[in-house]
Design a protein. Structure first.
Length: 162
């Protein structure tokens, strides 16, 4: 039987692959590329792997999406802050609804605010204000969080039976 670390690494790899491939299905909103699959993966990683593995998966997915040309540098703060916050909330509460809200807040508000200096200083963009990425990030994370909530409501009762 596989040990816990091997299972977690395997599942993290599957999540990274899903986020990278899901990044192909993105849409532009106000200068940001919105990829709801990353947020779905952040929440699944929070539930099945925990906060540290979730951050690692978010980083790996952001890195690979950038290398593949289907992401921007703003993916790093957005996805990693969201993964951390939803991972911690799930770890301490075990409540899926709160976990999804934490992902939306972590990515949509905190990650969007952290994306401003990335856009301004690393990407050479001239964002209108430090809050400019909040709406597009909230749209993306809102869609991913709703999908994750529905998926986990359907999947978790079936998984827990085994």
């Amino acid at each position: 039987m596989l040990d816990t670390r091997t299972r977690k690494l395997t599942l993290a790899g599957i999540f990274v692959a899903a986020a990278v491939l899901g990044g192909v299905f993105s849409f532009p909103v106000l200068g940001s590329r919105c990829a709801p699959m990353q947020h779905l993966v952040n929440i699944l990683a929070a539930v099945f792997l925990g906060p540290l593995w979730g951050i690692g998966a978010a980083f790996a997915a952001s890195l690979l999406r950038n290398i593949a040309g289907v992401g921007t540098l703003m993916a790093f703060p957005g996805s990693m802050i969201g993964a951390l916050l939803c991972g911690l909330i799930y770890h301490y509460t075990r409540r899926i609804g709160l976990t999804c809200i934490a992902e939306a807040f972590g990515t949509g508000i905190l990650g969007a605010l952290a994306a401003y200096p990335v856009a301004a200083f690393l990407m050479g963009l001239n964002p209108a204000s430090y809050t400019v990425y909040i709406v597009p990030f909230l749209i993306s994370t809102g869609a991913g969080s709703i999908l994750a909530y529905l998926a986990l409501r359907f999947l978790l009762p079936k998984i827990r039976r085994y």
